[in-house]
Design a protein around this ligand. Structure first.
Ligand SMILES: Cc1cc2nc3c(=O)[nH]c(=O)nc-3n(C[C@H](O)[C@H](O)[C@H](O)COP(=O)(O)OP(=O)(O)OC[C@H]3O[C@@H](n4cnc5c(N)ncnc54)[C@H](O)[C@@H]3O)c2cc1C
Length: 289
């Protein structure tokens, strides 16, 4: 049951920040409401004031600035999946967005809400990590920019401070010749596993590699140590190198047994799908690279 709630609809970030500062703990930021309304309805979260950020025009943009793609926090999954700019500059993100949940959630849910909630079983964060994305956060005192990898702190925990808004995601251009791929495993709507790869190969040698894994651990992770081992290796050896890093993957990702599968199964599938995604990215033959 939802109790009585006051709805505040600011037209600017400054007004939203002011409302959040005024109401403190009693206020919650409300974007698509796909998660928030469920939490309130089930009594898992209490609030008296919803600060609806969807009326803030500046949070709906998808623009290129100085070679980087800027995405406002209130852009929906559906809009991202269908954006011509996203499809050209971050096609694996467009693909991941097209796989989120179902048409209702994709129309309602926003990228900002997804990242701010930081549910481990999410798609966009994993892809954004291989793009070295960063986020802009703001409150009534001003703005700050941090790497997305620092924004994800733990399961359902982010670097957002009290009363702070996620305003924008910035995706820098990939190095020339680098392609990406995102692969996803799911039994239900939310993904069991998501892997993202970006790679550039030259005559069968991998000269640039980025890898990220989401869903099997508390938060999406870049695999920096494995990336270093793969850089300079032959693409044909990559599957074997990844398989040899099972303990590294287990320690970094900390998979658990749950309804989606055993920890061992998730780890096994992580290795297989990382190799598949890397191959697709390196060969540039992913349907969605
Ligand atoms: C049935 C179902 C299936 C799903 N399946 C998937 C899936 O397959 N893949 C996937 O990635 N996700 C999945 N999701 C999650 C979905 O993508 C998110 O629920 C959605 O994106 C959240 O966005 P929202 O705008 O609705 O956020 P809200 O529900 O409005 O907010 C979520 C949280 O983020 C905070 N918040 C929202 N916007 C901001 C902001 N700009 N700044 C700071 N804090 C903010 C809110 O205060 C709240 O705590 C699923 C959700 C449901 C309900």
């Amino acid at each position: 049951m939802l109790g009585e709630l006051k709805l505040v609809q600011p037209a600017t970030v400054a007004e939203a920040a002011e409302a959040l500062a005024d109401h403190g703990e009693r206020a919650k930021i409300y974007a698509g409401g796909a998660e928030l309304l469920l939490l309130l309805r089930h009594g898992l979260l209490q609030s008296e004031v919803l600060v609806d950020v969807k009326k803030i025009e500046g949070l709906h943009g998808v623009n290129m600035e100085n070679g980087a793609l800027h995405i406002g926090a209130c852009v929906t999954h559906h809009a991202l999946a269908n954006s011509a700019l996203v499809r050209v500059h971050a096609p694996s993100l467009a693909y991941a967005e097209s796989r989120v949940a179902n048409v209702r959630v994709r129309n309602q849910g926003t990228l900002g809400g997804n990242l701010a909630f930081n549910d481990p079983h999410s798609d966009p964060g994993t892809v954004l990590l291989i793009h070295n994305a960063s986020v802009t956060l703001g409150n009534e005192r001003g703005e700050r920019h941090i790497a997305l990898s620092d924004f994800f702190v733990d399961m359902y925990a982010t670097a957002l401070g009290p009363g702070e808004l996620l305003l924008e995601v910035k995706i820098p251009a990939l190095p020339n010749g680098m392609k990406t791929a995102y692969l996803r495993l799911h039994r239900y709507q939310r993904p069991t596993l998501g892997v993202a790869a970006a790679a550039r190969s030259n005559d069968g040698d991998l000269d640039e590699v980025r890898l990220a894994v989401g869903c099997v651990g508390p938060k999406p992770e870049r695999l920096s140590e494995l990336e270093t081992k793969l850089r300079g290796a032959k693409l044909s050896d990559a599957r074997q190198i990844i398989a040899a890093h099972k303990i590294y993957l287990r320690d970094l990702l900390r998979p658990v047994d749950d309804l989606l599968g055993s920890a061992d199964y998730k780890l096994y599938m992580t290795g297989i799908m990382l190799a598949d995604a890397l191959e697709q990215a390196a060969l540039g033959n992913s349907a969605i690279h």
